[in-house]
Write a protein that binds this ligand. Sequence first.
Ligand SMILES: [Zn+2]
Length: 205
Amino acid sequence: MSVVPQPLARLIADLNRLPGIGKKTATRLALHLLRRPATEAQNLARDLVELHKLITLCANCFAFSETDPCAICQDPARDSAMICVVEEPDDLMAIEKTSAYKGTYHILHGVLAPMDGIGPEELKVDALVNRVNRQQVREVLIATSSTVPGEATAAYLIKLLQERAKARVTRLAYGIPMGMDIKHADELTLVHAIEARQETSRAGR
Ligand SMILES: [Zn+2]
C-alpha cells in the first residue's frame, strides 16, 4: 500500500505530465497546494475548467480568444492587409506589448520539425496562404524565431508565399541587442545583423 494518499498521488501524476515539471517539482507543487488555503486550490481548479470552456481558437488567425473572430481580427483600427506570422500565442503577446505593430496576426502553433513528424500540414500553413489570397493581404511579416527550426520555417513560408500569393513577404530583422558588445553576440545573431544591415544617411550631401 502506498504511503501517498490517492488524491495527492493523482495530482502529482497530473502535474508531472506538464512540460518541464519533473516528479520532484510535481511533488513540491502538490504539497504546496495542500498546505495553502483550500480556496487557492479551488480557484486553480476553476481556472483549469474554464480554460477549455471559455477559450477558443480564432478561425481567422488561430489566436486563443474568448470570441471568434478574436478581438484583434475584429478591430477596425487594425490593418487587416498586414499579417504578422508567429510561432506561438506568447509571441503574439510579446509583440503586442511593444504597441509597435498595428496589423493582424497568424499563429502557426509550432515550427517545422520533420524529425518529430511536424510538417506544413500540422501547422496553419494552408490557412495562411488561403487567407493572404482571399483577404488581398498587402504584406506578410514572417516573425518566427531566429532558431534553426524557426529559420527553416521562415525560409519555407517565404518560398511558398512567393510562389502562391501576391503579397510582399518580409522577415523580422535580427541584430545585436541594444547595449551588447559585438564580441559577445553569437554567430547567428551576427550573420543576421550583417544581412539586415541598413543604409546610413549621407550627411552633408
Ligand atoms: Zn483572430
